[in-house]
Design a protein around this ligand. Structure first.
Ligand SMILES: [Mg+2]
Length: 306
């Protein structure tokens, strides 16, 4: 059965044009429509890779899709034909369980063939359940143990600052993840060292594996917390592409301290039965759910402001 799912996913993945853009160096001044088209494909990839594996984390992957689509196409300097390019910016998925999103981003920007997504979580596949830089070259930092990625980002940004490099570090973390004490040690350190080349993308979808974040361990008010730690905070709609672009543009202007995008998002965004459901934190769609998800994603207008 598992192999049948993988074969079917591979066939479905091959239906879409590849690559989406004939560029290997980013950013490339995309239009809002380019980014929306990209995000739509990323969502389909997330559904198909988790369907193929029969496991994985679609909810948080879909929640961060629009933010990371803007980052990969419009903000971050990177080259898919040269993953270790010496002047690249860095991205760290502190919430490493949203690996289906990371692998989809790698596929749609040309780092790996799209059909590879059908091997997600397979034994010996480079697309491990949590990203590993030992298995896949474009992965900068192996993550999965929650709360640790931001600390690595702080160390990296500090090293770059001491080298007077213009390279930037972007870290993605979740709201549930920020219940980890280590996150706040890293937040304190980043402000202390005035790491202006560090940008945190805070996916504020209000849900975590066990339910509503505020029921499990309240974290509000997030904006006030970051500001009290002396970060520059930009709040944004995490699904409206023009707003995300504007928030990143402003964050990159900050020159004296770290910046955070506190992005209001919906877990499972784009698939009706997954949206705002903690149950879809770490569960794969069955065949009917996969087909319905693809259908809904294809019909969604991502440039329609909610
Ligand atoms: Mg969350």
């Amino acid at each position: 059965m598992s192999n049948e799912r993988r074969e079917e996913a591979k066939t479905l993945l091959s239906r879409y044009p590849y690559p989406l853009f004939s560029v290997t160096q980013f950013p490339f001044s995309p239009t809002d429509e380019d980014i929306a088209c990209f995000a739509k494909q990323i969502r389909k990839d997330i559904i198909l890779s988790t369907y193929a594996a029969g496991s994985g984390h679609p909810g948080g992957s879909l929640s961060s899709t629009d933010l990371l689509s803007v980052l990969f196409l419009d903000v971050m300097r990177h080259r898919s034909n040269e993953p270790k390019w010496s002047n690249r910016d860095f991205v760290i998925f502190s919430k490493g369980h949203v690996s289906p999103l990371l692998y989809a981003l790698f596929a749609e920007t040309g780092y790996i063939p799209r059909e590879k997504l059908a091997t997600f979580r397979d034994f010996q596949s480079p697309l491990q359940g949590h990203p590993s830089n030992l298995w896949l070259e474009p992965v900068e930092v192996s993550t999965g143990s929650l709360g640790q990625g931001l600390s690595v980002g702080v160390g990296l940004a500090l090293a770059l600052k001491k080298k007077q490099s213009s390279q930037r570090v972007f870290v993605l973390c979740g709201d549930g993840e920020s219940q980890e004490g280590q996150i706040w040690e890293a937040v304190m350190s980043a402000a202390h060292y005035r790491l202006n080349h560090l940008t945190l993308i805070y996916d504020y979808n209000n849900l975590e594996i066990d339910g509503w974040v505020e029921d499990v361990m309240g974290i509000a008010p997030v904006k006030d917390k970051f500001e009290s730690f002396n970060w520059h905070v930009f709040e944004t709609d995490g699904h409206y592409i023009p707003a995300i672009r504007e928030a990143f543009a402003k964050a990159l202007q900050v020159s004296d301290r770290p910046a955070v995008l506190v992005a209001r998002t919906s877990k499972g965004k784009g698939v009706s039965f997954m949206e705002n459901q903690a149950d879809w934190h770490g569960k794969a769609p069955n065949r009917d759910q996969m087909l319905q998800s693809i259908d809904e994603i294809e019909k969604e207008d991502l440039l329609q402001k909610c």
